[in-house]
Design a protein around this ligand. Structure first.
Ligand SMILES: [Zn+2]
Length: 397
C-alpha cells in the first residue's frame, strides 16, 4: 500500500530533531548531510527511506517505536545511501539492475561501517556476515557476489538508495516538500567528503574504513563536473521562472494540419545577467576561464547573457557590451550586492542572476526576484552563500 506523504507535524519534527542530534553525535562528519536532507512524513511506510532528491521519508509510527537512539542510527544509515550515491551507482551497474540485490549489497556495506563505528543499529539490519560476505567490501563487489535471488526479507531504502522511483514520490519542485537538485546534491556530497577527510587527518573519533575510502575516492575524482551542474542550475532556474511554458504561434508545431497552425509549446528563452567581481582576489586567469565557461553554459541552454562589471571599491556597477571589456581592478573589499541590485534593475528583468566572485562578499539578506546562482572561484566562500541561492565552486584554470 502506498504511504501518505505530508509535511511533518511540530511534534514529529521535534522527535526527528532528537534523533538527528543522536546521529550527529555518533557521526559528526556527516552533520552537513544530516542537516541537508529534507524530512517528509510517509504515513504507512513502516520504516525510513530516501529519494534521489534527498527527501527523507519518515513513518511517524517507526520514529516513535524506535525512539531517538535507534532512529538516529537509521538516520545515519539512510544518509549514507545518499552520500555514497547508491542511486547513481545503481544506474552504472551492468545489465538490468536487480534492485533487491543492490539494496542488500549497499545495506551490507553501510552497516558494516556503522557497526564498526559503534552505532546502535536495530538487530535486524543486513550485514555482510548475515549474507555470507567478507567484511570491508565495496557495494559493487557485494552485488556481484550475491546470488541473483537473495532471501526475501523486508528491504528497500528508496530511490535514493537505488530502488526504482515510486509513484508516490513528490516531484523535485513540489511546493510543499521540495527536494534538492543535482547541483545541491553534488555540492553537499563534496562538502561531506571534505569533512570526513579532515576528521581522518585530525584523528577525531573512529572513522569507519569504508567511509574514509569513500571520501578519498570522492575527492580524488577529477573535480565536481561543474559545467554540467551549472547548466542544470541555469536550466532549472529558467523552468522555475513562473512555470513559464507558453504557447507560441511563431513556430508551428510538427503536427500541423493543412492550413491550420497548431501552437508549438515552447519554453521562453532564459534571460540571464552575469555579475562579475572586478575587485577582490580574482586573477586574470580565473576571470577569463570563468567568463568564457559561464557565458558558454548560459548560451548552451538557449539563454541570452548581459554582463555587469561590479567594482565594489567604487560602489558602482555597469553593463559591459563585450565580456572582454571587463577589467580587473583588484584590491579593496567586495560587495556583490551592488552588482546584484544593478542586475535586477535591468530591462527586461533577468530570470537568472549568476554572480562570479571569489566569494569574499556579503550577500543580500532577502531572496532576490531572479534566481541567484553564485559561481565561486574559491571553495571556502561556499558556506556564506545564503540557503535560498545556489552555489557552485569552479576551480581556477
Ligand atoms: Zn538501506
Amino acid at each position: 500500500m502506498n504511504p501518505t506523504i505530508r509535511p511533518l507535524t511540530d511534534d514529529e519534527r521535534r522527535a526527528l530533531a532528537a534523533a538527528r542530534l543522536v546521529a550527529v553525535e555518533s557521526a559528526p562528519y556527516l552533520a552537513h548531510a544530516l542537516f541537508s536532507v529534507r524530512p517528509v512524513a510517509a504515513v504507512g511506510l513502516d520504516t525510513f527511506a530516501v529519494d534521489r532528491h534527498w527527501r527523507l521519508y519518515v513513518d511517524p509510527a517507526s520514529l516513535i517505536e524506535w525512539g531517538p537512539l535507534a532512529s538516529g542510527a537509521v538516520l545515519v544509515h539512510e544518509v549514507c545511501h545518499l552520500i555514497r550515491d547508491h542511486s547513481g551507482r545503481a544506474d552504472s551497474l551492468p545489465g538490468p539492475v536487480d534492485h533487491s540485490r543492490w539494496n542488500y549489497a549497499t545495506d551490507a556495506a553501510i552497516n558494516d561501517d556503522l557497526i564498526a563505528a559503534g552505532l546502535p543499529l536495530p538487530e535486524w539490519v543486513v550485514t555482510p556476515a548475515a549474507l555470507g560476505l567478507d567484511e570491508g567490501g565495496v557495494e559493487e563487489a557485494y552485488y556481484a557476489s550475491l546470488s541473483p535471488e537473495p532471501p526475501q526479507t523486508e528491504v528497500g531504502c528508496g530511490s535514493g538508495a537505488g530502488d526504482p522511483q515510486q509513484a508516490w514520490e513528490p516531484s523535485l519542485d513540489d511546493p510543499q516538500t521540495p527536494g534538492l537538485d543535482d547541483g545541491q546534491v553534488t555540492i553537499t556530497r563534496r562538502k561531506v567528503a571534505h569533512d570526513v577527510r579532515d576528521a581522518v587527518a585530525q584523528g577525531r573519533g573512529t572513522i569507519p574504513a569504508g567511509m574514509a575510502r569513500w571520501a578519498s575516492d570522492e575527492l580524488r575524482a577529477p573535480t565536481v563536473p561543474w559545467r554540467k551542474v551549472l547548466a542544470g542550475m541555469v536550466r532549472r532556474a529558467a523552468a522555475l521562472t513562473a512555470g513559464r511554458i507558453t504557447y507560441s504561434y511563431t513556430r508551428p508545431g510538427r503536427r500541423r494540419l493543412p492550413r491550420i497552425i497548431t501552437p508549438a509549446m515552447r519554453a521562453p528563452r532564459v534571460t540571464a545577467a552575469l555579475v562579475v567581481d572586478t575587485s577582490g582576489s580574482m586573477t586574470e586567469g580565473d576571470l577569463n576561464t570563468a567568463l568564457a565557461e559561464v557565458g558558454g553554459v548560459i548560451k548552451a541552454v538557449g539563454g541570452t547573457v548581459r554582463v555587469i562589471a561590479c567594482d565594489a571599491a567604487a560602489a558602482s556597477a555597469r553593463q559591459v557590451r563585450n565580456p572582454r571589456d571587463v577589467k580587473l581592478i583588484g584590491g579593496g573589499g567586495t560587495d556583490m550586492r551592488i552588482g546584484i541590485a544593478a542586475a535586477e534593475a535591468l530591462k527586461p528583468t533577468p530570470d537568472v542572476v549568476v554572480v562570479l566572485t571569489d566569494g569574499d562578499t556579503p550577500w543580500p539578506e532577502a531572496p532576490t526576484r531572479a534566481r541567484l546562482i553564485a559561481v565561486l572561484t574559491r571553495e571556502h566562500g561556499m558556506s556564506r552563500v545564503p540557503a535560498w541561492a545556489r552555489a557552485i565552486h569552479v576551480p581556477a584554470a
